[in-house]
Design a protein around this ligand. Sequence first.
Ligand SMILES: Cc1ncc(COP(=O)(O)O)c(C=O)c1O
Length: 391
Amino acid sequence: MLKLSNAAYQIDGQPMFKVLDQVQKLEREGKKILHFELGEPDFDTPTNIVDVGIESLRNGDTHYTNSMGLFELRESVAETTLKSRGFKPDLSQVLITPGANAIIYYAIRCIVNEGEEVIVPDPGFPTYFSAIKFCGAKAIPVPLREKNKHQLKFDDLKKLITEKTKLIIINSPSNPTGSVIAKDDISKIYELCHEKGIFILSDEIYSRSVFKDQGEFYSPSMIDHCNNNVLILNGFSKAFAMTGWRIGVAIGPQHLIKKMGLLLQTINSCVPPFIQKAAIEAINGDQSSVRMMTEEYSERRKVLVNGLNSIDGIRCHMPSGSIYAFPNVSGLGMTGEEFVDLMLNNAGIALLPGSSFGKNADDFVRICYVNSIKNIQLALSKMKETLKNRG
Ligand SMILES: Cc1ncc(COP(=O)(O)O)c(C=O)c1O
């Protein structure tokens, strides 16, 4: 086998796709599986969005487009940002990307040099770790502690800043914990980063999924207006159930967005225009499906978390946002990985172990509540049965 580049050996990818392979193999063998592993809404994309996409294809929107994104979509993004975050970015600060995941790579590539440090939430979204390693930088994990309801705390983060810190990634609401960072912590993180010249990548892909009964969404961009050191990552996958469409949005300082745009142009050329037209409808069209989905997630979360807490040996905080619950299973005398294996093989329930998200979560399991209340109740009773039979 011919040797590849050093960087190629540093790519880890996303563990959830490996689990999906394993689960699909079991399904091909005829096993029935209840799915709670992928962060993939079970709702279909709302029909008004699909209709615009199809119409656009029929109208011949099948050519290359401006690599920064369609003017109309960037204008809609700027207007929505004004409503949701209180400032209107210039269009030169807005980049439309093929999925939000790509923004993580573009940002790290354009901000961080080899050997420099990036502070990342641990547990956190696996792409952060994989992209940092691939770029030859060093991930410095900031622990999200169970005793703090897994919220990222300024005091934990402050201690980790060194001369080499170039970027801090925050993610609120969080994948995998469902926690929302407090406004006060975000303000302090921003002030410190501003003073020390450190970029903040604020992953806000779940910003539309903060539950009314649990705090409020806040972004460092509300202070910085993305003029100096704050870059917002946002996307359509979660809020509009558009995971397969592959479209995201970055808003940031002009000089950074310009370079990220050139990187996108080099790798992807542009995002297909019919996808962008559908995204305009997602933002500007009827929002009742978005509200319905968030309300449904909120109900499912309560059924799931109350059910988990009724099992001896499992404890779980009520998530404040996103689509994930993150129970601690150590009271069962098992690691998260052992629990996941037991549930997949004996109960036909697919979950992800906390260990897929960093070094601080071996006792935990991520459960994505993108399944009906009926199936959540079924999974809870299967869990109880399997744990009872284990003796
Ligand atoms: C925290 C976080 N950021 C970014 C993404 C990427 O989203 P997408 O590439 O589907 O737009 C995800 C997807 O699961 C996520 O959970």
